[in-house]
Design a protein around this ligand. Structure first.
Ligand code: HEC
Length: 114
């Protein structure tokens, strides 16, 4: 697992949770939160939620590289939705329709770009 990505998502999580103690961490969090707020228009916030959900539930078996492998199985937005729903069911994850859509939105924006 990419620890830089992990640290980044932990700082993002700090936006809504306990304030970090170190001044430098706090500053970084403020900067990230501000950048996040600027992108929150449209579905930016939705994507950040999708990223969190995905990282919490889905990276046990595969790193994100599965989504950019040469012979990937997903070739349309519909298929992506189906795959996410499939894995949600397989992993017994209780995501709402909105949360599934947030994950689809995140994966599509980050990797697939349909
Ligand atoms: C039990 C292990 C496991 C877990 C947990 C898991 N996956 Fe997967 N996933 C796989 C394997 C293995 C593949 C490749 C084979 C396949 O496509 O079925 C895959 C492939 C995928 C693909 C297709 C990639 C492509 O473009 O070819 C998507 C999308 C996906 N997973 C999403 C998810 C999501 C969302 C979650 C969390 C809800 C999740 N996975 C959790 C094992 C897992």
């Amino acid at each position: 697992m990419d620890s830089a990505v992990n640290r980044f998502s932990h700082r993002l999580a700090a936006c809504g949770n306990a304030a970090p103690r170190l001044a430098t961490t706090l500053l970084a969090a403020v900067l990230l939160c501000t950048a996040g707020a600027a992108r929150a228009a449209g579905s930016g916030q939705d994507r950040m939620r999708g990223r969190e959900l995905y990282q919490n539930q889905c990276t046990a078996c595969h790193e994100s590289v599965v989504h950019v492998r040469e012979r990937r199985t997903v070739h349309s937005l519909n298929q992506l939705y189906e795959r996410v729903e499939h894995w949600r069911t397989v992993t017994n994850t209780a995501w709402s329709k909105e949360e599934v859509e947030a994950v689809v939105n995140y994966l599509n924006t980050r990797y697939y770009k349909f």
